[in-house]
Ligand binder design. Structure first.
Ligand code: MG
Ligand code: MG
Length: 634
């Protein structure tokens, strides 16, 4: 099946949009009339430009307020339509979208609308145009695809068909099963869009919050299965209006769009093998990768900074247990955690250091099959990464992740598992328990990015991995709003929180500005006994983020915690949260380098959050300590 995207979905002027759409791999575009009108070239020129990009025009849209009008408005509507048909002939496209009327004079009536469409079909046929009718969720009389289909059915004209749009049907909770009984040849076109589930006016919701399939909460899978069961074989076309995308990069939006379609069709094929109607190209992706944990996190820095970072790691209970056989790369370990510090003067890590300063430049994720994970990621449009390997070094499949950093896939069944023995040699005693403070594994990795990029990286993780989004959390920072989206791999072995900063006055936004781009903001380590861990780290000279007394008065009021425990928590600067599944304890390091910090957590039972209610206290504490760096302090 062909892929297509409406020009309105992509930011930029028409030239930029088309270039990005073609580069992302789409077969065609829906021409949104406004984009055409804003362009200083005639329809023939636009049509040629599109074809020069190797694209076809799949649809011209929208034509509004057509059906159910009394005269003289009715006559005018037909005249308008005729002019659009001529324009379409010059552009070189044969399908137009007519959306259900909002005209104040529109009378309603299924048969009146059917009569109008039959006559429109006659006129369209003379100009070799086909007309697709779409029910807008906020249409005056028609807002349900079942009514639109009844009108098309009664119009009974070969040039009149139906256009389905997942947003309009799913936002209204219209039963998708009703699509299965529509003849495939009468479904002229399919538009796809997802959206977050929020209660609001349909028009406003649609115009500002649509997003790529998989980025929102609508059940696109069920919708798509019904369409394919009906026998639809036409284009899969994205029609996305979204405020976040408008300020984004044309290439990123177009790439995400293509990724979302490939991912959606892969999921459909995976969950409904009976739908053999699906083009085989979508069925050949390796399965979403099951993450088994974070294998390593690599920092890039210089020798001077390495000493400070090493001191901090030492205080946190890590041991510098190994060094690389040929590079200036050291390995710090504690139980299942591996921290790599790279001070090489060439290669990727050094380039990352020059751009971002001391920062996380590489994350290794342990998966069942590293090659399969890499194949899936690159088939979904992730940029592959390869670096020339020195003698004795293993080539590990890698892609570019958030902020240009790397994401390596490592598995146990291939020789990749041997990398730690093969490329690193022990320093001193073999045991890494010498300095153990009880940190067992990486609980989560928090990445900071501009708000505009958040959906993009959410889709990145959820399409490559077998992973789910948690509900979006809003953190009120004195400098503005930060939105936090957690993505969790199946089995919770990989947890990533994506923090979108709306402006650079927030704490997250400041670190974004300081490190010149999206980056890892903090690493959270898990412990089985946070009280013991906090004490052990204190003995090693660790200085936690101080939490003000007010926090503990508030905590006493909110939770029924034993007085002694509360006192101890206050002494250790531990924060607390609980939900219906369990309890959560956390404390933080002070900020290191360009806004990077560490977190220590303990989850009891199945607490599944990240201590969201504590975030404003944490941010306020960090801001109090932050040095003035020419950034506005709020
Ligand atoms: Mg639409
Ligand atoms: Mg956290």
């Amino acid at each position: 099946m062909k892929t297509s995207i409406a020009t309105v979905s992509v930011p930029g002027d028409l030239r930029e949009k088309l270039a990005a759409i073609a580069t992302a791999g789409f077969d065609g575009v829906e021409i949104f009339e406004q984009d055409f009108l804003a362009f200083d070239g005639g329809p023939k020129e636009v049509g040629r430009m599109i074809r020069d990009h190797g694209l076809e025009i799949t649809l011209f849209q929208p034509f509004r307020d057509f059906e159910g009008l009394p005269n003289p408005e009715r006559i005018k509507a037909f005249d308008r339509a005729e002019r659009k048909f001529d324009l379409m002939n010059e552009l070189g496209t044969d399908l137009v979208l007519v959306c259900s009327s909002l005209h104040p004079k529109s009378l309603g009536g299924i048969d009146r609308a059917a009569d109008d469409f039959r006559e429109l079909g006659e006129r369209a046929a003379k100009k070799s145009i086909r007309v697709g009718y779409e029910a807008l969720a906020w249409g005056k009389h028609v807002w349900d695809h079942r009514d639109a289909w009844e009108i098309v059915r009664r119009a009974d004209h070969p040039n009149i068909g139906l256009i389905l749009d997942s947003f309009h049907s799913l936002s209204r909770n219209i039963d998708c099963e009703s699509i299965r009984s529509i003849p495939a040849d009468k479904i002229f076109f399919l538009q796809l869009a997802d959206a977050p589930r929020i209660e609001m006016d349909f028009f406003y919701w649609s115009r500002h919050f649509r997003n790529m399939p998989g980025e929102g909460d609508l059940d696109l899978l069920t919708f798509m299965k019904a369409i394919l069961a009906a026998g639809y074989k036409g284009p899969l076309s994205l029609e996305i209006f979204n405020d976040q995308f408008r300020g984004g990069s044309p290439n990123l939006v177009a790439q995400d769009g293509h990724r979302s379609i490939v991912n959606l069709m892969d999921r459909v094929a995976r969950f409904s093998p009976e739908l053999k109607l699906i083009s085989s190209s979508y069925a050949s992706l390796p399965a979403p990768a099951l993450s088994l944990g974070v294998e390593f996190v690599e920092f890039t820095t210089d020798e001077e900074e390495e000493v400070k970072l090493g001191e901090l790691l030492q205080q946190m209970g890590f041991t510098n247990s190994h060094k690389h056989i040929s590079k200036s790369v050291s390995l710090w370990t504690q139980n299942d955690i591996r921290i790599v510090i790279n001070t090489e003067r060439e290669g990727f890590a050094h380039a990352a250091y020059i751009t971002h300063g001391t920062s996380v430049c590489d994350i290794g994720v342990s998966v069942e099959d590293a090659d399969a994970a890499w194949k899936r990621a690159t088939a979904l449009g992730a940029a592959p990464f390869a670096q020339t390997n020195g003698p004795g070094e293993t080539a590990i499949p890698a892609i570019r992740g958030v902020g240009g950093s790397l994401l390596h896939f490592i598995d146990k069944k291939s020789e990749l598992a041997q990398i730690w023995n093969r490329e690193f040699e022990p320093i001193g005693p073999a045991s890494s328990t010498l300095n153990d403070a009880g940190l067992t594994r990486i609980d989560h990795i928090a990445q900071t990015m501009d708000y505009e990029e958040m959906l993009s990286w959410t889709l990145f993780y959820t399409s490559i991995f077998d992973a789910q989004k948690a509900p979006l959390v809003e953190i009120v920072d004195p400098g503005g709003l930060v939105r936090s989206q957690a993505v969790e791999g199946k089995g919770s072995q990989l947890r990533v929180t994506l923090n979108g900063a709306e402006n650079h006055k927030t704490f997250a936004g400041q670190s974004l500005a300081n490190s010149f781009g999206s980056s890892v903001q903090h690493l959270a380590f898990e412990t089985d006994d946070i009280f013991e861990t906090a004490k052990a780290m204190k003995l090693r000279g660790f200085d936690p983020l101080p939490i003000p007394n007010n926090y503990y008065s508030d905590l006493a009021a909110r939770f029924d915690l034993p007085k002694l425990q509360l006192k101890e928590m206050q002494a250790l600067n531990l924060m607390y949260d609980a939900d219906e599944n369990g309890e959560f304890f956390q404390f933080y390091s002070r900020t290191y380098g360009e806004g990077l910090f560490f977190e220590f957590v303990q989850r009891t039972s199945n607490y599944n959050g990240y201590g969201g209610p504590n975030a404003p206290f944490r941010v306020a504490a960090q801001k109090r300590l932050a040095p003035a760096k020419g950034m506005p302090r709020t």
